[in-house]
Design a protein around this ligand. Structure first.
Ligand SMILES: NC(=O)c1ccc[n+]([C@@H]2O[C@H](COP(=O)([O-])OP(=O)(O)OC[C@H]3O[C@@H](n4cnc5c(N)ncnc54)[C@H](O)[C@@H]3O)[C@@H](O)[C@H]2O)c1
Length: 358
């Protein structure tokens, strides 16, 4: 039996517990939340009679556990993650990895030092259409891929609470949904290293009471665009928006020397996009005997529970001693780009990106 603890018992923790409860070989034995009484209510609400409830994650990590799900606001991923790793527990941390690049580095170092798994919760990787895109990109059919455009936007879709507090979230749309769209593109490309970033961010919607009920508390960006130079003479055009006067920021595209791939969003659900597996169409453009062709790759309709799959993969990695399914070390690159976006935007110029060898 795999013994699991959950740190942070808000919205997303419910998704984790629902996934674990479907697994006959897993037991959720403890929950911790800093708000007194909240872990206890969570345990009752999710019918976990055997689980212990704590107001401090340090009590939880001392228990005999195999793994821990970190479901706190972004700012607490670092402290709770390192404490869990140091206590010898494997860690599944919700996205984004951390609030700053430095915190992410320390988390990855802790995983290396302790020899424990540190995996990051990017469930769109388990979407069958996302996997088809990854396989097409990695097949080499596109030739040398020199330009990628990723991201997307919501016409109106700004969260509130901890998501708009700079200290707690680190960044706004970039950390919330931008990290998914970066993962979509970079994972398909086997995570090339970023070299530099030139970015612009703004928050015209979040800070306007016409558009946001918590405008006076809105401290992060609701829009961002960046040109990211990648190793291998490639460039990534990355843009993300929580709110805008537009229906879309355009498709996700990969341009290669032999072919191009275009993905459009389903448009189903006002908050979804290509980045979270909401792929509406996949087109492959290439020349055939002098003709310009546009091949439609069928989008699979499926009922894969991508959230369950991500949690299950963590459990299987623990059971079978496999590497982290979505390694923190790889997602450090994602974090470094977001860090570069924020630095470049603040300085109003291009900045270099350095990720130390760990
Ligand atoms: N993968 C996904 O689809 C997805 C979706 C939403 C949110 N998230 C991520 O999940 C995380 C949590 O988001 P949420 O919407 O559940 O937030 P939330 O605010 O609903 O819940 C967070 C909980 O953590 C608790 N907490 C704060 N600091 C803590 C600490 N040091 N120790 C223990 N508990 C602590 C809070 O009291 C709160 O109950 C965020 O990082 C977010 O980016 C992921």
């Amino acid at each position: 039996m795999i013994r699991i603890g959950i740190i942070g018992s808000g919205g997303i923790a419910g998704m984790h517990v629902r996934a674990y409860k479907k697994m006959p070989d897993v037991e959720v034995v403890a929950v911790a939340d800093v708000v007194p009484g909240r872990a206890e209510s969570f345990v009752k609400q999710h019918e976990l009679p055997e689980a212990r409830a704590f107001d401090n994650h340090l009590n939880l990590v001392e228990l005999d556990l195999d793994g821990v799900s970190i479901c706190t606001p972004n700012v607490a991923h670092h402290r709770t993650g390192i404490d869990a790793l140091e206590a010898g527990k494997h860690v599944l941390v919700e996205k984004p990895l951390a609030v700053t690049l430095e915190q992410g580095i320390e988390m990855v170092q802790a995983a290396k030092r302790t020899g424990r798994l540190l995996t990051v919760g990017f469930q769109p990787r388990y979407d069958p259409n996302m996997q088809a895109v990854r396989d097409i990109i990695r097949s080499g059919q596109l030739g040398n891929i020199y330009y990628v455009q990723t991201g997307g936007g919501r016409r109106r879709g700004m969260p509130g609470g901890t998501f708009i507090n700079k200290e707690l979230a680190g960044a706004g749309a970039m950390a919330d949904i931008g990290c998914y769209s970066l993962d979509l593109a970079l994972h398909a490309l086997n995570y090339p290293k970023p070299l530099s970033v030139s970015a612009f961010t703004s928050n015209h919607f979040g800070t306007n009471p016409i558009y946001h009920s918590e405008a006076d508390k809105f401290e992060v960006e609701d829009f961002g665009v960046a040109l990211v130079r990648l190793e291998g003479n490639r460039v990534l055009n990355f843009k993300i928006s929580w709110a805008m006067h537009m229906d879309s920021l355009g498709p996700t595209i990969f341009l290669g020397t032999d072919a191009g791939l275009k993905l459009t969003a389903t448009g189903i659900g006002p908050w979804s996009g290509v980045w979270d597996g909401g792929i509406g169409s996949i087109h492959l453009f290439r020349d055939l005997l002098g003709h310009h062709t546009d091949t439609i790759i069928p989008v699979k309709s499926h009922n894969v529970d991508i959230f369950y799959e991500k949690v299950r993969d963590f459990v299987v990695a623990i059971q079978e001693g496999k590497p982290a399914p979505i390694p923190g070390e790889q997602i450090l690159i994602n974090q470094a780009i977001i860090d570069g976006v924020l630095r470049s935007s603040a300085l109003g110029r291009e900045v270099e990106v350095h990720i130390p060898e760990l």
